[in-house]
Design a protein around this ligand. Structure first.
Ligand SMILES: [Zn+2]
Length: 208
């Protein structure tokens, strides 16, 4: 399995393509805004068949090229949390609405499973950055959106954000022994490094 990352859009979003080099089946994580032609060229030139577009949350810099993507690859199933889709429909996600977003194919929640080839991608609800933020676990790879960054965590001051919730979500991620972490922005990291160096992983917060 190969993981490639294209960085594009107005805030430099990490857009991952995870694919089986033999079968060319893939899932993608997040689709930014202003999708780059290099990204689409890669999918086309490698003859990649994107089964799913997994969205970590509904902020514009993670979803706004969804329509363009869906128009090019209508077979791809769009996956988003039920909560963040409701946030879009209720007008809580600035700049994203039912008109500039796609109709999702699958709404997920905590512990939802998405079948990919002979494996499963597991959904972890990790509210805090938005109320419907989720991470996607595939083997020991966690696609963590804007919940965790290398040395930091996502902001919680935007609509539906919650500082107490993001600390609960960080605690949930901390329970794993070992993970490769693929955040929505900036560098890739791993759980051991974040446990050691990320101040938010060592922060005593009253989460009761
Ligand atoms: Zn965000």
């Amino acid at each position: 399995m190969k993981i490639v990352c294209f960085v594009f859009g107005s805030i430099g979003t990490n857009c991952y393509i995870v694919y089986n080099e033999k079968t060319k089946n893939a899932f993608c994580v997040d689709i930014a805004d202003n999708a780059s032609s290099a990204y689409f060229d890669f999918i086309d030139n490698e003859h990649i068949n994107v089964k799913y577009m997994l969205l970590t949350h509904a902020h514009h810099d993670h979803v706004l090229s969804a329509k363009e993507f869906k128009a090019k690859y209508p077979q791809t199933k769009f996956v988003i949390s039920k909560t963040d889709y409701e946030n879009i429909l209720n007008g809580k996600m600035h700049g994203v609405n039912s008109e500039n977003f796609v109709e999702p194919d699958k709404l997920v929640d905590d512990n939802s499973l998405i079948k990919f080839e002979d494996k499963a991608i597991k959904v972890l609800a990790t509210p805090g950055h938005t109320s419907g933020s989720v991470c996607y676990l595939f083997g020991d790879n966690l696609f963590c959106g804007d919940t965790v960054f290398k040395g930091s965590i996502g902001r919680t001051d935007l609509p539906t954000g919650s500082t107490s919730d993001i600390f609960k979500s960080i605690n949930k991620i901390k329970q794993f022994n070992s993970l490769n972490l693929f955040p929505g922005h900036m560098e890739v990291t791993d759980l051991a490094s974040e446990k050691k160096y990320n101040p938010y992983f060592n922060y005593e917060f009253n989460t009761k």
